[in-house]
Ligand binder design. Structure first.
Ligand code: SF4
Length: 324
């Protein structure tokens, strides 16, 4: 069976003293073994909430999954006890955050921190085997093993992210959740880190969910793309479907128009007018209606269907049989 992760109609809310924030709304996504899928969208679209929901790391007390399903290797994760999730996190599913210092302890050597992951998930390996594995992963991420006795502050931002990648991959996870892993880095280092993730992905055959606001990064790295807006997947397809000549969701079109085209002489990009809607208001119709140049009365009142052509889905009335 090729299916690794199936998320079905997931609804997540943040409940604070004075409001409910609807962070994910009927969010559905399938990930196959070894697949690299990009989750693209603006800040606040719900991408990080999705990753935290999968790992059951939503902020305690305020973050709540209200309905839906997260099936991992055929098992419903929402029914599993915390002890099961402890065995999954960092072992079968690893996460890389945008800021490497979220994952690194400033007062421990980087080698010890990688070793800790091994101690936790592979307690039966001998000391020699563990040390060998640590040296090997350092070599794979391009850091001389001699440097494992050093502390995080002795490394540059790009090197720190390499160490975090080493920690995430030493357990050879089946699924890697990478949340804006290159955003904090400069462009050249970004390219190096993406290249490294590509190589390691090939080596370990992990599936990757790459969370980013950058469609260019997705085109470079991913097999498939899910475009996220207002806590929903508004378009999903293979990279060639999204960037090809066929139809796109009006929001995706806007995102594609924002990618700088180095071959064109045009100096202005066309950002999408307006802002994302208030997530405290439950949307009746289409979540993009307030910003969409094609919006009709129907769009404001009736939720659009996901319209598929082969595996390429677009959540929009424009492409439905009944039309707009
Ligand atoms: Fe625009 Fe309507 Fe399509 Fe929403 S359903 S994206 S408002 S045309």
């Amino acid at each position: 069976n090729d299916d690794l992760l199936q998320i079905e109609k997931l609804n997540v809310e943040y409940i604070t003293d004075d409001a409910i924030v609807y962070a994910l709304n009927d969010f559905s996504l399938n990930v196959k073994r070894g697949e690299k899928i990009g989750l693209v969208g603006e800040t606040g679209a719900g991408k990080t909430t999705l990753a935290l929901s999968i790992l059951r790391l939503l902020p305690k007390k305020i973050g709540k999954i209200t309905s839906g399903s997260i099936i991992y290797e055929g098992d419903e994760l929402l029914d599993k006890p915390e002890s099961y999730m402890l065995g999954l996190r960092g072992r079968k599913i690893s996460m890389i955050f945008q800021d490497p210092m979220t994952s690194l302890n400033p007062v421990k050597s980087v080698g010890d921190q990688v070793l800790e992951v091994l101690n936790l998930h592979f307690p039966n390996l001998s000391k020699d085997e563990k040390n060998q594995k640590v040296d090997e992963i350092f070599r794979l991420v391009g850091i001389p093993a001699e440097r494992k006795i050093e502390y995080p502050h002795q490394f540059s931002g790009g090197m720190k992210q390499r160490i975090v990648i080493a920690m995430a991959l030493i357990s050879e996870p089946e699924l890697l959740l990478a949340d804006e892993p290159t955003t904090a880095l400069d462009v050249t280092i970004q390219a190096q880190i993406l290249e490294l993730m590509k190589e390691l992905k090939e080596k370990f055959n992990s599936a990757v969910i790459l969370i980013t606001h950058d469609l260019g990064v997705v085109a470079e790295f991913c097999d498939a793309v899910a475009v996220v807006y207002g806590g929903r997947v508004v378009e999903i397809g293979k990279v060639e479907d999204i960037f090809g000549e066929g139809n796109n969701h009006p929001y995706t079109k806007g995102l594609i128009n924002c990618i700088p085209d180095l071959t064109s002489t045009a100096t202005r990009l066309s950002p999408i007018a307006g802002r994302m809607g208030d997530p405290r208001i439950k949307v009746q119709g289409c979540c993009f209606a307030e910003r969409c140049p094609h919006a009709s009365e129907k769009c404001k009142t009736t939720p659009p269907p996901m319209v598929y052509e082969n595996d390429h889905g677009i959540l929009c009335h424009l492409f439905s049989k009944e039309g707009i």
